[in-house]
Write a new protein. Structure first.
Ligand SMILES: *Cc1c(COP(=O)(O)O)cnc(C)c1O
Length: 366
């Protein structure tokens, strides 16, 4: 069986370095808010090209904390609206609604699977305070028009950068494109920890300080609580592992880009729609390689029968989930089509030439 993603093999590439770090933290006796977190935050900020990085417990919390801080700082208030792509992972939506803000869905572009920037303005109301961008599947979404729109209506742009760490737009890294960004280091992400982990990056010092305080019980000094907070900290073990793996991220992304261009060049089957290579200045780091097929379920079974594991990102769009019954009456035809037809092929950076040949040959025979 060709696995969708062989996390064990990916992490064993750095066996000695990671084991040394795990042992070091274990023996240090210091497990929360120590030098490992500080070092990783500094490295991440330098990598992304921003002044502040704050390690947090996971990617969902990273987005939640951003909006919580904006609410506390008076930039937004409960009931305000946040523009969000209709086809995103549920976490982006949960982070908004959990803060009693209202998600306002916008259809994606069927070519890029990212939010259709030309459809944002018609959804803006006096209550709109932010646009939550999601660089879905690893492909950057950003434009001059978007910057102009945010200026015109005084909107914050928040990046959900869970899937596109290391990608660039006009040479600027995701996470540094807008006002503030959220990262997830869930094990399966391009930069994955050995458990849950996340981060926020920004150049806004006031926002950074507030997020750091909220993530640590609302306190900047132990047992002195300036604001109401939560416990959402990155721990020393995950930070130490991420510190090792960040060094290899560029290499990981390049390997994924090679596999993607190979797939695009070697798969030719008119029943299967391939993702497009980015044409302009927006990069793709291929967190997922997503094809579309009208007979998606049949294709998935066929690949499974031929020893190829695939996944669906995602089978049900947020507005049709049971958890969001108040949105179930909404209709987003492009989003719904995408959810019915998408299938993610294996894209581990360790796929061998033989495995890739099996995958492309099998797809071409479907
Ligand atoms: C993974 C992911 C998240 C959430 O990250 P966790 O670390 O799992 O909480 C948020 N948004 C997107 C787009 C994701 O892919």
């Amino acid at each position: 069986m060709i696995k969708f993603l062989d996390l064990q093999a990916i992490n064993l590439q750095h066996k000695d370095e990671i084991e040394e770090q795990l042992l070091k933290v274990f023996r240090s006796g210091w497990y929360i808010s120590g030098t490992e977190v500080k070092n990783f935050e500094n490295n991440l900020a330098a990598f992304v090209g921003v002044n502040h990085a704050i390690g947090v417990a996971n990617g969902l919390d990273a987005i939640r904390l951003i909006f919580k801080a904006y609410l506390q700082l008076g930039v937004m208030e409960e009931g305000d609206e946040v523009i969000i792509p209709a086809n995103t992972f549920i976490a982006s939506v949960l982070a908004v609604s959990d803060n009693r803000l209202t998600p306002v869905f916008v259809e994606p572009d069927i070519e890029t699977y990212n939010i259709d920037i030309s459809k944002i303005e018609e959804k803006i109301t006096p209550k709109t305070k932010a646009i939550l961008l999601v660089h879905l599947y690893g492909r950057v979404v950003f434009s001059e028009a978007l910057i102009a729109l945010a200026k015109k209506y005084n909107l914050k742009i928040v990046e959900d950068n869970a899937q596109a760490i290391g990608a660039t737009w006009n040479g600027i890294k995701t996470g540094a494109l807008a006002d503030v960004a959220a990262f997830s280091f869930y094990p399966g992400k391009n930069l994955g920890a050995l458990g849950d982990a996340g981060a926020v990056t920004t150049n806004d010092a006031v926002l950074a300080a507030r997020i750091r305080a909220i993530a640590n019980y609302g306190s900047s000094k132990k047992y002195i609580n300036d604001v109401m907070g939560v416990n959402s900290r990155l721990d020393e073990i995950q930070a130490a592992v991420l510190h090792v793996k960040l060094k290899y991220l560029q290499h990981e992304n390049e390997a994924r880009q090679k596999i993607a261009s190979h797939y695009i060049q070697a798969i030719g089957n008119d029943k299967i729609t391939l993702p497009q290579m980015p044409v302009n200045t927006a990069e793709h780091v291929w967190h997922l390689f997503v094809v579309r097929c009208e007979k998606r379920d049949e294709l998935q079974t066929y690949l499974e029968d031929n020893g190829i594991q695939t996944l669906i990102h995602y089978p049900v769009p947020p507005h049709l989930q049971q958890a969001y019954q108040s949105f179930n009456h909404l209709h987003f035809p492009i989003t719904e089509k995408i959810h019915k037809e998408v299938l993610s092929l294996p894209i581990s950076s360790l796929l061998t030439a033989d495995e890739m040949k099996t995958i492309t040959d099998t797809l071409n025979r479907f």
